[in-house]
Design a protein. Structure first.
Length: 206
C-alpha cells in the first residue's frame, strides 16, 4: 500500500449528502475482485448520461477538477452497503483523501485499509473549504498526516483527529498484509517450532 505522508493537490467540492456506496460504484461493476480498473466507473450514474457521455455539470467532469486527489463532500459519506469496491473505485480514480462532516463506519474503516485518508471536520470548516475550492479551484489543498492539518494556502488551516494506529499504518503504507508481514520472523519461528512438535501436520502426500 502506498504511504500517505503529505498530499498537496486539487480539491473537488461535491455538494451532496448521504452519498451511498451504490452511487460511488453501482452494483453492476462489482463482478471483479481486482482493485484496479474501477476508477472509470466511479460515480457512474451521476457522472455519465445513459448514452455514456459525460455530464458536464458533474464536478469531477469539469476541467478544473479532473485531476483532483481530494474530495470535499457532505455528511454520511459512504453509507449503504459494505462493498469494499467503493474505496477501490475512488482510489483508482485518483482520490486519496475525502473530507466530510461524517462517514459511514464501514466505508470509513475500509478507506484506511486501502490507503485513503478520511478526514472528519466540523460543518463550518467543510463549508469554508468547499466555497474556497469553488471560487479558486487551482489553489491546492495540503494534507499533512504527521501534523494532522488541512491547509489551503494562506486562507485557512484546520486540525483533524485520527486514531494513532491508523495514522501509523497510513504513514508507513501498511495494510492488513503489510501488518502481518511485520511479524514474519515470529511466524517462521513458530512454524519451525511447531513442525518439530507436530510433524504430522506438515506431511505432504507420499
Amino acid at each position: 500500500m502506498k504511504k500517505f505522508t503529505v498530499l498537496t493537490g486539487i480539491a473537488a467540492p461535491l455538494r451532496m449528502m448521504n452519498i451511498d456506496t451504490d452511487i460511488i460504484i453501482p452494483k453492476q461493476f462489482l463482478k471483479t475482485i481486482k482493485r484496479t480498473g474501477l476508477g472509470i466507473h466511479a460515480f457512474n450514474d451521476i457522472r455519465y448520461n445513459e448514452d455514456g457521455s459525460e455530464k458536464p455539470d458533474f464536478i469531477l467532469n469539469k476541467p478544473a477538477y479532473r485531476t483532483a486527489e481530494i474530495l470535499i463532500t457532505g455528511e454520511n459519506f459512504g453509507c449503504g452497503s459494505s462493498r469494499e469496491h467503493a474505496p477501490w473505485a475512488i482510489l483508482d480514480f485518483g482520490i486519496r483523501c475525502v473530507i466530510a462532516t461524517s462517514f459511514a463506519d464501514i466505508f470509513y474503516n475500509n478507506s484506511f485499509k486501502n490507503g485513503i485518508l478520511p478526514i472528519v471536520l466540523p460543518p463550518e470548516a467543510v463549508e469554508q473549504l468547499m466555497t474556497e475550492s469553488e471560487n479558486n479551484p487551482a489553489l491546492p489543498l495540503t494534507i499533512d498526516l504527521e501534523k494532522q492539518t488541512v491547509t489551503r494556502g494562506n486562507q485557512c488551516s484546520f486540525s483533524f483527529d485520527i486514531d494513532p494506529f491508523r495514522k501509523h499504518c497510513l504513514l508507513n503504507g501498511l495494510d492488513d498484509i503489510g501488518l502481518t508481514e511485520q511479524n514474519k520472523t515470529h511466524i517462521k519461528n513458530f512454524e519451525d517450532h511447531d513442525r518439530q512438535k507436530r510433524s504430522w501436520l506438515y506431511r505432504t502426500g507420499e
